[in-house]
Design a protein around this ligand. Structure first.
Ligand SMILES: *Cc1c(COP(=O)(O)O)cnc(C)c1O
Length: 401
């Protein structure tokens, strides 16, 4: 990202790097297109639902991958037509489900109530539907599993009768056609090996039921462009190998990257607002950011950060604890030992904080921060202002009189 002066932004804020985002989308697309005739990238909305990012994803040719009626509506408002949407998850509504089915979205059935809803669709039209297949990582790829029984609460299982029942339900209705399978699971390892094996499993199920499908939706769970990590080419190869072996390499391949596309293109910028000394060695450095902004699960112990001193020639301090702006005692971000002293007005830039941060931030004490977008020329603009008390009042019915 080309930014001439980080001090031009008002803090606290997120900074969205458009060029980095496009690099990820194009990189994944091109790697898949080398192996497969037909590919689609579904931007995982839950990973970062910033409307400006959704609109950019649309411009760059992504579909929107949504997992609730609210995300579906948001995607529609950001320019995605129903047939630009991949609709997953248990939290669909009948109204959005109906619009998606009629409008040609990719709809992957997750619940039995959706099967019942299919019967409510009007006749005289053939509707394509997808089914999510249940994946137990311990059974499919033990080396990638989290424990002995890394099962899933998503999809229809072929270990019970439920997958067969769902297939039979669809094939017994002339207005329905099973067009695809969805096999999303995020393994902790994010390893290509896991995809190779889960696709091998999906191929065995396709053969078992002799399914004639249009697509295989492999889901998300990938590393982005990162040193010493699997590349998009590695993932594409891990999809191709088992499909080729099963004679299914002509299926359209759908991916639903979240983390891989959004993590690296968002930065978070905070400013030091106060410094306190509580004993001979310890200085608490209070910033206008919070762990709620960039670590909503309060699990991280450090960050890919840069410290931007407003001036040089600072003395070294033995211990500086950088804290957030909330009144939670544990809103402490990181510690510096024997580093130049931080002072009011210095800034901290956190890199790689675009995935599962903004969508999970509570409106706790200090409401949502603003967001700037920087284009490839280094021009920046405000794409979301900060939320304010007035915004909260607008949602609430009671008035003070
Ligand atoms: C969360 C999710 C994704 C994105 O997962 P990442 O690990 O962020 O890539 C994709 N598809 C579905 C169905 C999801 O629930």
């Amino acid at each position: 990202m080309v930014v001439s002066n980080i001090f031009q932004f008002s803090t606290p804020c997120f900074i969205f790097d458009e060029a980095e985002f496009q690099r990820g989308v194009a990189g994944f697309h091109d790697a898949l297109a080398l192996k497969f005739k037909s590919v689609a990238i579904g931007y995982s909305v839950k990973t970062n639902s910033l409307p400006y990012a959704l609109m950019q994803a649309h411009r760059f040719g992504c579909k929107a991958e949504v997992v609730s009626h609210d995300e579906y509506r948001l995607a529609r408002l950001c320019g995605f037509a129903p047939n630009d949407i991949i609709y997953n998850g248990p939290m669909k509504s009948w109204e959005t489900f109906h619009e998606a089915m009629v409008g040609g979205a990719i709809v992957n059935i997750e619940t039995k109530r959706e099967l019942q809803w299919l019967d409510r669709l009007s006749e005289g039209h053939v509707y394509n539907v997808g089914l999510r297949l249940n994946i137990n990582i311990s059974k499919v790829s033990p080396e990638d599993a989290d424990g002995e029984d890394d099962n899933s609460r998503f999809g229809f299982s072929d270990e019970t009768d439920e997958f067969a029942d769902a297939v039979n339900f669809i094939s017994s209705r002339s207005k329905l056609r099973l067009a695809g399978l969805h096999i999303h699971r995020t393994a902790h390892s994010r390893s290509p090996r896991f995809y190779e094996r889960s696709i091998e499993y999906a191929a065995s199920v396709i053969k078992k039921y002799d399914l004639d499908l249009d697509y295989l939706d492999v889901g998300g769970g990938y590393f982005g462009i990162f040193p010493n990590k699997p590349t998009f080419e590695d993932y594409a190869e891990s999809f191709y190998r088992p499909l080729k072996k099963a004679g299914l390499e002509n299926l359209k391949i759908i991916v639903e990257p979240g983390n891989a596309l959004t993590a690296s293109c968002f930065k978070f910028l905070s400013e030091v607002i106060d410094v306190k000394k509580v004993d001979e060695k310890t200085r608490f450095v209070t910033t206008d950011g919070s762990r709620n902004d960039i670590d909503p699960f309060f699990k991280k112990t450090d960050y890919l950060k840069e410290i931007l001193y407003k001036s040089d020639n600072r003395d070294t301090e033995p211990l500086q604890i950088i804290t957030g702006c909330t009144c939670l005692e544990y809103d402490r971000l990181f510690t510096l030992t024997n580093k130049p002293r931080l002072e009011v007005g210095d800034r901290i830039l956190y890199n790689n904080v675009g995935a599962y941060t903004m969508t999970l931030s509570p409106q706790f004490i200090r409401l949502w921060p603003r967001v700037y977008a920087v284009d490839r020329e280094g021009e920046y603009k405000l794409v979301r202002r900060e939320s304010r008390a007035e915004d909260i009042m607008k949602l609430n019915q009671s008035k003070y009189e």
